[in-house]
Design a protein. Structure first.
Length: 275
């Protein structure tokens, strides 16, 4: 008789806890559900089930890769963000819960307009920001850009997955260069970490070009801010994800005002500036 599902989960949790996972039980469950082709909830309904050798082999491969710091989202091919499910691959960053602060603020601003809005998502990656805005603000038109064709291919999957092809346009290009003018909101989660940043292995497993914003970390965000005014409509706003350490390197003199919003841990995370 093979090992029960519950015993396999226990062993995998113990293994991952000694190999750097900060959430070993959750990781073990997500990977096992993926290996078995079921929902995570379904695991709780079959704890006594014996796993067969092919199932165990698939699971051992996944847990072994996770133990080498490969993100769970890459292993299972998806990640939840803003209560929506997104396809992800090693060509894009894994959607981060802290980025939901940016999206929630943008959704609130868009709804306050009381009319259809035009939104740019610069450096869209998986498309999680663009798709979330379009989903939660039905009267929005969204332009999502990236300088990586591979990232745009992932974004296209997610736009299609959520049935938003009629309202989300994907653009290839650098920063705001491919975007139209008269935008109400410019949103961006650009690379903002300095090259010297010390990061966990799981983060370093993600695309470096989507993490590091030059020597200081501020270069790309600063470039976005310097060109945003030409693309914004009257009263338009920029919302950019940042690290608090780059704030004093950003020139905000071209804006009428700004404020900074904290993330789930209270750290400065989203810069909001308006003209």
């Amino acid at each position: 008789m093979g090992l029960s599902l519950l015993e396999v989960l226990r062993r995998a949790t113990s293994y991952l806890s000694t190999h750097g996972s900060s959430s070993p039980r959750l990781d073990a469950e997500l990977l096992l559900a993926h290996a078995l082709g079921c929902r995570r909830l379904d695991l709780y309904l079959q704890f006594d089930r014996s796993l067969q050798d092919p199932e165990l082999a698939r699971y051992r491969d996944l847990t072994g890769r996770r133990a080498k710091a490969e993100p769970v989202a890459y292993l299972v091919g998806s990640k939840e963000f803003m209560k929506l499910d997104f396809s992800v691959s090693a060509d894009v960053l894994v959607p981060n819960p802290d980025t939901e602060v940016l999206v929630q603020r943008a959704v609130s601003r868009a709804r306050q307009c009381g009319r259809p809005v035009r939104v740019a998502d610069v450096g869209t990656g998986s498309g999680c920001i663009a798709v979330s805005i379009a989903h939660y603000v039905p009267e929005s038109t969204v332009f999502a850009s990236d300088d990586s064709p591979e990232a745009l291919a992932v974004a296209a999957q997610n736009v299609s997955r959520h049935g938003l092809e009629d309202r989300v346009s994907l653009l290839l290009g650098n920063l705001l260069q491919p975007h139209p003018s008269d935008l109400d909101l410019v949103l961006a989660n650009l690379p903002y970490l300095p090259r010297s940043a010390s990061l966990p292995p799981e983060v370093l497993a993600q695309p470096a070009h989507a993490l590091f914003g030059g020597k200081s970390g501020a270069e790309l965000v600063a470039a976005l801010l310097s060109t945003a005014g030409a693309h914004l409509a009257a009263g338009g706003r920029v919302l950019a994800e940042i690290d608090g350490g780059i704030l004093d390197q950003l020139d905000l003199s071209g804006f009428a005002g700004h404020q900074v919003h904290g993330d789930l841990s209270g750290r400065p995370r989203v810069l909001e500036a308006w003209i």
